[in-house]
Design a protein around this ligand. Sequence first.
Ligand SMILES: [Zn+2]
Length: 205
Amino acid sequence: MLRGEKGVRHAAILEGRTVEPVRNVLEQIVGQLASPEWLKNVLKLKWRQIVGDQLAKRTQVRHVKDGVVTVVASNPAVANELQYRKDELRRRIRETAQFEPLDIRIRIGVVQPEETVKVQQIERELSRLVLSSREKSLIEQTVAPIKDPELREKVARVFEQFLRLNQWKRRHGFKECPRCKALYRGHRAYCPVCRIELRRLAHHN
Ligand SMILES: [Zn+2]
């Protein structure tokens, strides 16, 4: 339950209820950002921005695992185009989602069109969300000790994205995992990540 404890403290920080050393906050954010679920969400939300309108209709992020991004293309021609533009794609992902993929794998499959519309809607909603003054000052406090101005700006932007997405998830019926405080959807008692960990722990005992 040690990890759970850490998670509880983290959530309290994000809510601004307690003041914790900046390093802890950063560690926690980086941990959250590194989770495959989070990366997939970010890539889905930013996909149109990353590949452009035309390709966004014909491609889709399927999953992110161990730093490898799997993209589905609707037909071989589109898959070829993505393959050809892989380096560019990698650069766009790095710039837009602040995440460096280890590899990008392209598969041919079904691209669900309604998802594009849904994601566009989510994107609009996200851009309309206003951060509270408490959230803004939390970002400022967190990044203040970072000396490199470029890095400071980058961490501030990532943190802002994180808070916006958290706000959005709460508004859309996500609930907080009692163990790690991540936001997730569904009727289960714990988030998907904790469910796997708990199963693994039970297995070892
Ligand atoms: Zn959890």
